[in-house]
Design a protein around this ligand. Structure first.
Ligand SMILES: Cc1cc2nc3c(=O)[nH]c(=O)nc-3n(C[C@H](O)[C@H](O)[C@H](O)COP(=O)(O)O)c2cc1C
Length: 317
């Protein structure tokens, strides 16, 4: 049976979203938003903030393991902080070599390292040597920075350095998030290395997942935006389940209002629900209507009222 991972998405897939989506189900693993490592050992609270699941055995409430993701350029500091994450209970370490953000690239880390095959090797090796052998270390890459010429070399370096798994987001940094994803390139990397390769990018439906598996020659998949657009996408892929009806999505959106982030002055829910609507629009025309109805609302209860009204109309219909 193929494995399905929930992709890390900074500012989107946080603890609460991981909790919700893994309760919907179909996922084998999650990855946190990145912990940025520069030149120091980070305090424990940084890890707990980005990965509250560490306080519950490194798993979501639904029991899905969550791997801490690190981003940075210094092998020693990454290794040092990987050890902290593991000491706090992270069931694995994921290394981010794909983040396109400018500020990240200026201080190095993320996709810019795809131009430095040797640095990738040194980072993976340092982290692999630092953490216990039974703790998996994965790396997440894009196909390159500006072009794909180093895609295979980078994959080889990461595998040679001892990574246990490689996730490939099938685009360069320059290609951003623009379709298509070049799944055939994942197959080329896979043919050269013998660690499991996980295919990622542009999987929005069960049909996409099948085509991605065929073209990438990978059985294991990672899905990000697709799971936000269609909350039961992992179950559609795994069990051939039908897409979740809008009424159930509306119930999920209401349930999400029960979550609170301490100290955020009530802005968390209104902001996040609008953001989530942006993804849901791709699958559900109702999300567009909802977005327009709540666009100006800044109060969680007012948004829940709109949702409840819509939801009761849906149930009657
Ligand atoms: C808003 C946003 C935030 C992201 N944050 C991260 C991140 O923190 N770490 C990472 O490795 N990838 C990050 N990604 C990339 C995703 O994990 C994934 O590789 C990409 O979205 C392609 O997969 P998808 O088509 O299934 O969404 C982010 C993507 C988006 C859209």
């Amino acid at each position: 049976m193929s494995k399905i991972m929930l992709a890390p998405m900074e500012g989107v897939v946080d603890y609460l979203m991981r909790d919700m989506l893994t309760q919907v189900g179909g996922f084998d693993r999650c990855v946190t938003e990145f912990v940025r490592v520069v030149d120091q050992k980070l305090p424990k609270r940084t890890f707990y903030r980005l990965c509250p699941e560490l306080q519950q055995g490194g798993k979501t409430a639904a029991g899905v393991p969550v791997r801490v993701q690190l981003l940075g350029q210094h092998p020693e500091w990454l290794a040092e902080n990987a050890m902290t994450a593991v000491e706090l209970g992270s069931p694995g370490i994921d290394l981010n070599f794909g983040c396109p953000a400018k500020t990240v690239n200026k201080s190095k880390g993320g996709a810019v390292l795809l131009k430095e095959t040797d640095t990738l090797y040194r980072i993976v090796r340092a982290v692999r040597e630092a953490v216990p052998a039974d703790i998996p270390v994965s790396a997440k890459i894009r196909l390159g920075f500006e072009d794909k010429s180093l895609a295979i070399d980078n994959g080889l370096a990461i595998a040679d350095a001892g990574a246990d798994e490689l996730v490939v987001h099938a685009r360069t940094k320059t290609e951003g998030y623009k379709p298509p994803a070049y799944w055939d390139y994942i197959a080329r990397i896979r043919q050269h290395i013998d660690i499991p390769v996980i295919a990622n990018g542009e999987i929005w439906s069960e049909a996409d997942s099948k085509r991605c598996q065929q073209v990438s020659e990978c059985t294991d998949l990672m899905i990000g935006r697709g799971a936000l657009a269609l909350p039961n996408l992992a179950r559609c892929i795994r069990y051939g389940e039908a897409p979740m009806p809008w009424a159930e999505v509306a119930d999920l959106l209401i349930r999400y209002s029960g979550y609170e982030i301490f100290g955020d002055k009530g802005r968390y829910y209104p902001n996040r629900i609008k953001q989530w609507c942006g993804y849901l629009r791709r699958q559900y025309p109702q999300a567009e209507i909802l977005f327009n109805d709540i666009r100006r609302l800044t109060d969680a209860q007012a948004i829940v009222d709109v949702l409840a009204r819509q939801s009761s109309q849906n149930h009657v219909a």
